[in-house]
Design a protein around this ligand. Sequence first.
Ligand code: K1U
Ligand code: ZN
Length: 190
Amino acid sequence: MAASPLVYLPDPKLRLVSAPVERVDPETEALVQTMFDTMYDSSGIGLAAIQIGVAKRVVTIDLAGDEEKPQPLVFINPEIVKASEELQVYDEGCLSIPEYFEEVERPARVTVRSLDREGKPQEIEAEGLLAVCIQHEIDHLNGVLFIDHISRLKRDRVTKKFEKARAIGELPSFPKRDKRDRRAPEPVAS
Ligand code: K1U
Ligand code: ZN
């Protein structure tokens, strides 16, 4: 199967609240497959369906490194049913806001209920990078972007940069970052 084009800031689709999946059927499986193809193609660790223009509550994640066996995870209609008071901070990125990174604080541990790719109920307890990623993706399902968690000044600055670039049919460029520079999520002192 093939990857789909990504939706970029400031596309208004990114602000839509995605609809629940009523039935996990072959059409859902095809969407999941396209999402994995797109995510792996873009070297992402997660993707929400709206990032390829489909307003359905479907998330794919794979945290395995380049040299590791793939560990694909699928969350359909995911819901956070428990979140820790303890916070962690991570330098987040987004495939819809390429090459821009900022630190975001989120609960360090979350319990997430969803359906798997076969439509069976599943519940996971996530911490570390998985907790960061699943919260980032569930935000996408609700039309929320990681830049909504940073200062207004920074958000306005990055949004303007993407608006200007879009007007000339380009994506903005930022100083290049090496993946190896990334640190693990760090606890936030309470
Ligand atoms: O939803 C997305 O835009 C995908 C996003 C997921 C994400 C990354 C980092 C923190 C929170 C959520 C990405 O995959 S962006 C690519 C990226 O930042 C990354 C890639 C490999 C390892 C670590 C981060
Ligand atoms: Zn994102």
